[in-house]
Structures are given as C-alpha cells and as structure tokens.
Design a protein around this ligand. Structure first.
Ligand SMILES: [Zn+2]
Length: 51
C-alpha cells in the first residue's frame, strides 16, 4: 500500500504557495523547510498548507 498525499508548501512570509510534493500517508509530522521563494526573492521558511 503506497498511498500518497499531495502536500503544498507555502511561504510563511508572503503566503505564496511555491512547492508541491507527495508523501506517505502515515508520516504525520509538521514540515518546515527553508526554500527559495520567488516572490520574496530569498530563502524563507515554508510550511505545509492545506490546498
Ligand atoms: Zn515568500
């Protein structure tokens, strides 16, 4: 059973939704990653948002 959930990562600064990825269903941890935000023009913390 390789069920996947598609997650959206949004910039915590400007709330722009920048990244999408898939993860397994069982791992329910909060994700926060430093990612480049085009809108901010720099790396900002990105959090999982409900799409
Ligand atoms: Zn941003």
């Amino acid at each position: 059973m390789a069920e996947r959930i598609h997650i959206t990562l949004g910039c915590t600064v400007c709330k722009n939704k920048n990244y999408h990825y898939a993860r397994g269903k069982k791992k329910e941890f909060k994700i926060e990653l430093m990612k480049f935000c085009r809108k901010c023009g720099k790396q900002t913390p990105h959090k999982e948002v409900k799409s």
